[in-house]
Design a protein around this ligand. Structure first.
Ligand code: ATP
Ligand code: MG
Length: 580
């Protein structure tokens, strides 16, 4: 019930649809009361031998017309109410999706994507059910019960009515009871099914590792266990399912038994006519559905309530990073600056970055190096304002990034993340992702700058080749270069390459870097790398260790300092000489 109230914003917005739909429901319920009476009267006329052909034809015609009317009206309410619920489903789904796109990384860190998927695929339909079946059963069963009961009580015989109704509450109760059991067991069965799916998916995609470590037999055994569990849980669903109908049949049977038995007695004592008894039984039949519906209603509302709660919990989540009320929407210059920037990930004590200070002028390149886990990626992500941070320590174009609108900031910065991601689309669509209006020529140019040009010749369809599951499998280096091309096409004022050259050979790296220098005059570039040759030409190189800057300077200066950088550089030179 509460769920329906919580959805009232939707009912209000679509009140016409709901009003007309409910009006049709009401009309149908009124019309439904007519045929039993007609039939009862006809029976009485037969018995009293007063039935004329004209009467019978009239009755048959009326029934026919009623049938057609009911047909049309039933179509109408189904169309209006179920259609309304579908609109609700779409509205919620779109809201959820756009909400999810606003969320920051820490949100996705906390939530499992499987659970988010479940909200979209299970919970939203459950709410849709509440709005369609829920509204229908609530309104219809109320109308139907009240109308039918009042006719039975007043027009036929109240004692007979009450007697025949004794088993009915059991009907509602057992529907609710079995429904709940069914739901609980179904949930468990679904869970087992999900687990089984997971297993298959992991085994199929990890089949190489499975074979390499000779784990096939163990995996088959593990699979047998989950599939056994799925079987057991599904059987337990069937057990309840199988009990359901016979129970209902018994209860309804009792109701009719009383109705017929006691009714016949009343006919014999002439308290009611035979036609009344016939009509009574037909009315009794009409009551079965609302009783069922009451039972279902309890379940549908419960389920919808739980789902609505889960969905609302997602909606109250606010993105960590909020824009200011009047954010700066454009910055002219391309400088980047950090003033004693310190940052800890949400939920962690130890800062991932401490006292980072540097300043980059327009057109300069910053190199960030350091051991794995030293904070290079964290610094890159901080510049994109992905996390909430202490204010006024990072500046882009002289403006603190908290004061910049997120769109402006992210349009200003082209970013190639360390975990590059390609979508299952064509290479061209992947490159043009941030710039969908780009011409094919521009796309090709970007790919050439990223040294992907010659690789394209291998693919029969060139830039239109599909990548991912439905297309070609790309090497790590190819994926990296497509990601670089994507960022280059954006032609952003500030470009961040987070370890983006790790999977290409030294010569390719060199020519990509040369292209960058040629193309990006006046623009700012930030490069993180493990191979120091990638930052050799940078105007400033920072060496990070445990989140702190331990060395800084140009390549020459750092070589003179003879610290971690110099040692690392010499070792890498030597390795390359050996390899070359
Ligand atoms: P690599 O060279 O391996 O890419 P990195 O220098 O880029 O390493 P970061 O990814 O910035 O290192 O990680 C710095 C530290 O921050 C690590 O100790 C890591 O465990 C921690 N860290 C990274 N991401 C998160 C996160 N989302 N939440 C909490 N801690 C994180
Ligand atoms: Mg990193």
């Amino acid at each position: 019930m509460q769920t329906l109230r919580q959805l009232s914003w939707f009912f209000k917005a679509h009140w016409k649809r709901y009003l007309i739909g409910i009006a049709f429901l009401f009309l149908i319920d009124v019309l439904m009361l007519w045929p039993p009476r007609l039939i009862g009267d006809t029976v009485d006329a037969i018995r009293n031998r007063t039935l004329t052909t004209a009467d019978l034809t009239m009755t048959a015609l009326t029934l026919l017309i009623l049938g057609v009317l009911l047909y049309v009206m039933r179509f109408m309410w189904r169309y209006l109410l179920n259609g309304g619920a579908l609109i609700l489903e779409r509205t919620l789904r779109e809201r959820l999706f756009s909400h999810l796109t606003r969320m920051t990384p820490s949100f996705y860190h906390r939530k499992r994507s499987g659970d988010l998927m479940a909200v979209a695929t299970n919970d939203i339909p459950a709410i849709e059910q509440t709005a369609s079946t829920g509204v229908l059963t609530l309104v219809d069963s109320l109308f139907m019960t009240l109308l039918t009961l009042s006719v039975m009580l007043t027009a036929i015989d109240w004692k007979l009515t009450l007697a025949a109704l004794i088993p009915m509450p059991f009907l509602a109760w057992s529907t609710a009871y079995y429904g709940r059991l069914l739901h609980e067991r179904f949930y468990l069965a679904q869970e087992a099914f999900g687990e089984m799916n997971d297993h298959v998916q992991q085994s199929v995609s990890g089949v190489r590792v499975l074979r390499a470590f000779v784990q096939e037999r163990a995996d088959v055994e593990a699979y047998r266990r989950v599939s056994e569990k799925t079987l057991e849980r599904n059987v337990s669903v069937s057990r309840i399912d199988a009990l359901f109908e016979p129970t209902i049949a018994i209860i309804i049977g009792f109701s009719f038994l009383i109705g017929l038995g006691y009714g016949t007695y009343l006919v014999f004592t002439s308290a009611i006519s035979l036609g009344d008894l016939v009509a009574f039984n037909l009315y009794l039949g009409l009551l079965i559905w609302p009783m069922f519906a009451f039972g279902w209603l309890v379940n549908v509302l419960q389920r919808g309530g739980a789902s609505h709660k889960r969905l609302s919990e997602l909606f109250v989540e606010e993105p960590d990073v909020q824009e200011q009320e009047h954010p700066v929407t454009a910055v002219a210059s391309n400088t980047v600056e950090a003033r004693q920037f310190t940052f800890a990930y949400p939920g962690t004590e130890k800062p991932a970055l401490e006292q980072i200070t540097f300043s980059l002028d327009e057109g300069e390149t910053l190199g960030i190096v350091g051991r794995t886990g030293s904070g290079k990626s964290t610094l890159c992500r901080s510049l994109l304002h992905q996390y909430r941070m202490n204010e006024h320590s990072l500046f882009v174009g002289g403006v603190p990034i908290e004061s910049l609108s997120l769109t402006a900031l992210r349009e200003k910065i082209g970013y190639v993340p360390q975990e590059h991601l390609l979508f299952s689309r064509s290479i061209a669509a992947n490159v043009a992702f941030g710039n969908p209006d780009a011409s094919e020529k521009e796309v090709l140019h970007a790919l050439e700058l990223a040294e992907m040009g010659s690789d394209l010749l291998q693919f029969r369809e060139g830039v239109q080749t599909m990548v991912g599951e439905k297309g070609v499998t790309l090497s790590g280096g190819q994926k990296q270069r497509i990601s670089i091309a994507r960022a280059l096409l954006m032609d952003a004022d500030i470009l961040i390459l987070d370890d983006s050259l790790s999977a290409v050979d030294a010569r390719t790296e060199e020519s990509i870097l040369r292209h960058l220098r040629q193309e990006r005059t006046g623009k700012t570039t930030i490069i993180t790398a493990h191979r120091l040759s990638a930052v050799q030409h940078a105007h400033l190189i920072l060496v990070l260790d445990e989140g702190q800057i331990v060395e800084r300077g140009t390549h020459e200066e750092l070589m003179q300092q003879n610290g971690w950088y110099a040692e690392q550089f010499r070792r890498q030179q030597m390795e390359q000489d050996v390899a070359g």
